[in-house]
Each structure stands twice: as structure tokens, then as C-alpha cells.
Design a protein around this ligand. Structure first.
Ligand SMILES: O=C(CO)[C@@H](O)[C@H](O)COP(=O)(O)O
Ligand SMILES: [Co+2]
Length: 220
């Protein structure tokens, strides 16, 4: 079970300091947005390369970009521990996942809220993680979409049926009030931006989220 604070809610003028504030987390979640796939622009490969040099914990890069087939492998080559591409933007997801693994990263596929999982279930054997978005991608601080929980459950059931080692990640509106529902539905990797960086003590918020998720039957 992993807690991955999103640095989208950090202070972009103090990213190293804000990574150090969450050194007790498992991964730092880095939201890469290109103003095309989503209506927001954040940071790209040069910044990720710099963050990799100073981060106390591994980076989990969530790429909300067009043409991930072309651009995503560079994030794996740079040293990101996990690289997530959106299935809506990939033309050759199986090849892309293989490229990410070959470059040494865990390969993950993300699904927007309107994107069903069933058509992509057959990709599970190429993947290390499936990200179920629980908000529309593009911005932090949005309201959690509980209607995505059946999809989380569906992915978890498919993973169990197939007997693979695929992690199920949730991202968007995850907080102390919503994380237990996610864990009960079968998620085991939790991204939280505003709930961590909006707290006075970010490290304490990470610990609280971890305890809440661990307390759920699915992880007991
Ligand atoms: O990918 C995204 C948004 O597109 C997320 O990673 C957000 O950054 C999560 O922020 P909160 O909803 O937890 O504030
Ligand atoms: Co994200």
C-alpha cells in the first residue's frame, strides 16, 4: 500500500523543500500537463530530471499529455520509478508499456472518469498499475467522484481473476474523508495533493492517510 502526495499542490518555487516535507511518503506524484490533453500546463522532462536529483523518495510521473507513445519513455529513462500514460492518448499502449518497462520503470495506464475499463482489461498483463481518475484530470483541489469506485472495484477484480501483480491507484479528491472508500473498493496506491499540502503538517497528513487506508478490511 503506497501513499503518493501530488506536488501539483506544492509551491512550485520551492519544490525541493516541499519534497522534503513528504519524505515519509512512498512516492512523490508528479503531474505533467501539456495544455493539449488537459487545459492546464505544469512542468516537463527538464524539471523532472532536476527533481530526480534531489527527491528523497521515488517519483511517480502521471503524464497528462498528447502522444505519450513518443514522450513517455524519456521519463522512464530519466529515472522515474513509475510512469503513467493516459489510454485515451496512446495509439500503441502495449508497445508503450513494454518501452517503459525496458527503460526500467513500472508501466501504468490511466483512465479518465468517462473511460471504461473493460475494453482495456486485456492490457493488464503488460501493466504494473492502473490509475482510476477520481476527478477530471487537469487540476488539483476538485471534488472526489464516488461514482468511479465501481471502476476501482472492477479493476481490482480483474487483477485478482488474472492473478497478476498489478497495483490499483486512485487520484483526485483523495483525503481523510474519502480514502477509506477507495481502499475498500480495492485501491492500494493513493494520490493526494491538496489533502497533504493543504495541511499544516504535510508529513502528519501522509501518516494519517496511511493509517486510514491500512485500517480498511481490504488491507487488513
Ligand atoms: O492528476 C491530478 C489532477 O489532474 C492529481 O494528481 C491532482 O493533483 C490531485 O490533487 P487533489 O485532488 O488531491 O487535490
Ligand atoms: Co495525478
Amino acid at each position: 500500500m503506497l501513499i503518493a502526495p501530488s506536488i501539483l499542490s506544492a509551491d512550485f518555487a520551492n519544490l525541493q523543500r516541499d519534497l522534503d516535507r513528504i519524505a515519509n511518503a512512498d512516492w512523490a506524484h508528479v503531474d505533467v500537463m501539456d495544455y493539449h490533453f488537459v487545459p492546464n500546463l505544469t512542468l516537463g522532462l527538464p524539471v523532472v530530471e532536476s527533481l530526480l536529483k534531489v527527491s528523497p523518495i521515488p517519483l511517480d510521473c502521471h503524464l497528462m499529455i498528447d502522444d505519450p507513445d513518443r514522450w513517455a519513455p524519456s521519463y522512464a529513462e530519466a529515472g522515474a520509478q513509475s510512469v503513467t500514460f493516459h489510454i485515451e492518448a496512446s495509439k500503441e499502449p502495449r508497445k508503450l508499456a513494454a518501452d517503459l518497462r525496458a527503460a526500467g520503470a513500472r508501466a501504468a495506464m490511466a483512465l479518465k472518469p468517462a473511460t471504461p475499463f473493460a475494453p482495456y482489461e486485456e492490457l493488464l498483463d503488460s501493466l504494473d498499475m492502473v490509475l482510476v481518475m477520481t476527478v477530471e484530470p487537469g487540476f488539483g483541489g476538485q471534488t472526489f467522484m464516488a461514482d468511479q469506485l465501481p471502476k476501482v472495484q472492477q479493476v481490482r477484480e480483474a487483477v485478482q481473476r488474472r492473478g497478476g501483480e498489478v497495483w490499483v491507484q486512485v487520484d483526485g479528491g483523495v483525503s481523510a474523508t474519502t480514502i477509506e472508500q477507495c481502499a475498500e473498493a480495492g485501491a492500494d496506491v493513493f494520490v493526494a495533493g491538496s489533502a497533504v499540502y493543504g495541511a499544516e503538517d504535510a508529513a502528519a497528513a501522509v501518516d494519517e492517510l496511511r493509517e486510514l487506508a491500512k485500517g480498511c478490511a481490504a488491507h487488513a
